[in-house]
Design a protein around this ligand. Structure first.
Ligand code: ADP
Length: 450
């Protein structure tokens, strides 16, 4: 990627003049400051500061009450942003610019802030390391591109929402050729920023795209996802288009997901693979998957964190509705991929395109670890159309998944009470805000007829 020494040379010869110093917030966004590169290499690389409301706010940057970690009463003090120089990378779509991700530390103790998404994932990875395993993960990014720019869409009151293409573009080369002015720089700039981009493809709706990144250790994967999502929005903006990761922007269009592929490895070898098993699944994999299934309601909030996230879970839409697993079957919440080969892995299909990858992966690792520790038995796979049947339903609303999170012994053990309470409060903030809203739907339905 980019070593600190190389950066110093690039700053000295004028190739680089700007360093983006970023943390990842609860919503999975990059937040931070733009440093003059000379100031960064001269000292700011050690640490900088930010207001601690950045990990207790919502999409609107409001200051909701009810968070133990920070409040008006406590005066909204500072966190330390500690650059992780391993994440230093060029930002090829911005001139003279590089980026670094930060860990978030308590201002007094210099310990990692427990509810920081990066810290939450690092803790679960550390638990696995102690057990002798590495987690290899990949997240798929689905999103929609629109004809108009973000500003034009906003000025139209979010009404002028024509997708960039006119028909379903699933795997469609002709249609995606027409979008190469946006997608080609996305692939190439991200590749040059050190992300192992595999491919992009058209998805199963007008204007819908997917970006695939090669699997990697879990923390790298979460960093890749966050940087890729950020880049997609910025590059779409540069090209005069809007991109959205809202899971469901129209009631009649399919939603956008973020599937999470996962496998455990030991000493560089796939520990989910057993060549003597009919499907190629090791005992370890069966326990891990049994944990993911048993605890899916506990962590659904981390896969679907907003009111809108739940609009995606529709029968017959390729988005799952039930917590069951199947062999290479896209109707189930959990799909076995790479059957009978070393690439064997489980794909969780529950998560929407709005998930925070650090939280989604950490929660699923916690569930998988519990499956291994409890030696849980995996039920037989579901065969056929998984939409048929009404057992093991995914929590249907944010309130249900908020309650499951709040009551989760698993996540209280794995993340700690303070972290669970923090995110349960974040879910409540979303619910409270939505309950105050008067939607277009209500007005159109009831204005004259109610
Ligand atoms: P799909 O049919 O779902 O598009 P792909 O073959 O494109 O499947 O793979 C999807 C993702 O799975 C890719 O990002 C790939 O890097 C990842 N992947 C492949 N092998 C593994 C593995 N062993 N563990 C985790 N992820 C993997």
């Amino acid at each position: 990627m980019l070593s600190f020494d190389t950066l110093k040379d690039q700053v000295a010869d004028g190739t680089v003049d700007t360093v983006l110093v970023c943390l990842v917030d609860m919503q999975g966004r990059l937040m931070g400051k733009r440093f003059h590169a000379k100031h960064f290499v001269n000292g700011a690389w050690e640490e900088t500061h930010c207001c601690n409301y950045l990990l207790a706010t919502d999409l609107e940057m409001a200051t909701p009450d009810g968070y133990a970690s920070t409040s008006w009463e406590n005066g909204y003090g500072d966190y330390v942003m500690k650059p992780d120089l391993e994440t230093l990378r060029p930002v090829p779509w911005l001139e003279g610019t590089v980026m670094v991700l930060c860990d978030v530390l308590d201002h007094n103790t210099h310990k990692e802030v427990p509810h920081s998404p990066r810290s939450i994932l690092k803790r679960q990875i550390a638990r696995l390391t102690e057990m002798g395993f590495d987690a290899m993960m990949a997240t798929e990014l689905e999103f929609f591109l629109f004809e108009k720019s973000f500003d034009e869409v906003r000025k139209s009151g979010f009404r002028d929402l024509a997708p960039i293409s006119g028909y379903n573009e699933d795997y469609n080369i002709m249609q995606t050729t027409r979008e190469e002015h946006v997608m080609r720089p996305i692939r190439n700039h991200l590749y040059d920023a050190g992300l192992p981009i595999e491919n992009s493809k058209g998805e199963a709706e007008t204007g819908q795209e997917e970006l695939n990144i090669k699997y990697a250790p879990a923390l790298d994967t979460a960093d890749y996802h966050t940087i890729a999502k950020h880049a997609i929005k910025e590059i779409a903006h540069q090209k005069g288009h809007a991109a959205t990761f809202l899971p469901k922007w129209h009631r009649d269009k399919v939603g956008s997901s973020s599937h999470v592929h996962q496998s455990l490895w030991k000493d560089g070898k796939p520990a989910f693979y057993d060549e003597t098993d009919e499907l190629g699944m090791s005992e370890l994999m069966r326990h891990y998957m049994a944990g993911m299934l048993k605890y899916a309601p506990d962590y659904t909030y981390f896969l679907a964190p907003y009111i809108n996230s739940y609009k995606r879970f529709m029968k017959g839409s390729f988005a799952p509705t039930r917590i069951i697993w199947s062999v290479d079957n896209r109707t189930a919440g959990f799909r076995l991929c790479g059957v009978g080969s070393k690439a064997i892995r489980v794909e969780c299909r529950v998560g929407g395109s709005d998930l925070n990858p650090y939280l989604a992966m950490a929660a699923q690792l916690a569930a998988g670890i519990a499956g291994i520790e409890e030696k849980l038995e995996l039920a037989p796979p579901t065969i056929g159309d998984a939409y048929k049947g009404d057992t093991g339903m995914i929590p249907a609303t944010l309130r249900e998944s908020r309650d499951a999170l709040h009551q989760s012994k698993l996540l209280r053990n794995a993340f700690g009470d303070a972290v669970v309470d923090h995110y349960a409060r974040a879910a409540e903030v979303e619910i409270e805000d939505f309950e105050r809203a008067v939607t277009d739907y209500e007005i159109a339905r009831g204005f004259e007829r109610a």
